[in-house]
Structure formats: C-alpha cells, structure tokens
Design a binder for this molecule. Structure first.
Ligand code: ZN
Length: 138
C-alpha cells in the first residue's frame, strides 16, 4: 500500500470510529433520511438553516466505514456554508467518486474517498449522505 493510500485509509477509519457532528440536534428544522439497501447503510441528517446557510448540522447513522466516514467528513465540510456552496461541493465530490476526477482542493480530507471510484459497488456508500443533503437544499 502506498503512503497516500495509507493516509487516506487512516482518515476514513478515524472518521468511522470517531464521527464528527454525530448525534441528535434537538429541534432541528430539517430532518432527512437516506438509505443504501445494497450495503445496509443509513444516515439521518438534522439540519438547522436560516434559509441561506447550513448553520448547524448533525447526523445519525450506521453502516460501513465508507458511508459513515463520508457523512462525518461531509458535515464537517458543509457546516456554515451556503446551500449554493454545499451543492457545488457535492458536484465536486461526485465528480471525484463517480467520474474519477482528481480530488478538488476544496474537498479537503474527502480526498480520502477518491479511491472509491475504483470500487463501483461502494459508490452508493460514499454518496449516501450527500444524496440526503440534496433534496432539502432548495
Ligand atoms: Zn456501505
């Protein structure tokens, strides 16, 4: 395993074992669930918004390391962002894991999931949390 792959693996495991923004967000204005039956992954996003920005964001979920690490990294990245910015990041993330584009610098540690492109069965794991975010964004 190369150094970069090892680093990526470490980031994924760190977020899987110690997910960021995990837990209940009492009184959250938006709640949206996502499911990936092919792997048994689930996420529930709880979002607070002022209409322009994602002011607070937490998630609950269970499933494989890729799905949960992706949710954790996604919440870290989009919290505080405008919906427009969040969707632009989603497009960049999907370009990376679905189309195999090189990781955009704005994606930060989400670059750790770039290898998922070579594992077609896991693409739905990686995009689960992002897909849940999309329908509530307008
Ligand atoms: Zn999965």
């Amino acid at each position: 395993m190369g150094l970069l792959e090892e680093l990526y693996r470490e980031i994924i495991l760190r977020h899987y074992k110690n997910p960021q923004n995990y837990g209940e967000l009492p009184g959250a204005r938006l709640r949206v669930k996502g499911e990936n039956p092919s792997c048994g992954d689930q996420v529930e996003l709880q979002i607070e918004t002022d209409g322009q920005r994602i002011t607070e964001l937490r998630f609950l979920g269970q499933g494989c390391a890729i799905s949960q690490a992706s949710a954790s990294l996604m919440t870290e990245l989009v919290k505080g962002k405008s919906w427009e910015e969040a969707l632009a990041l989603e497009r960049k993330f999907k370009a990376m894991v679905v189309d195999g584009a090189p990781p955009a610098p704005e994606l930060g540690d989400l670059a750790a999931l770039s290898g998922v492109h070579r594992l077609p069965a896991r693409v739905k794991c990686a995009t689960l949390a992002w897909n849940a975010l999309e329908p509530v964004s307008y």
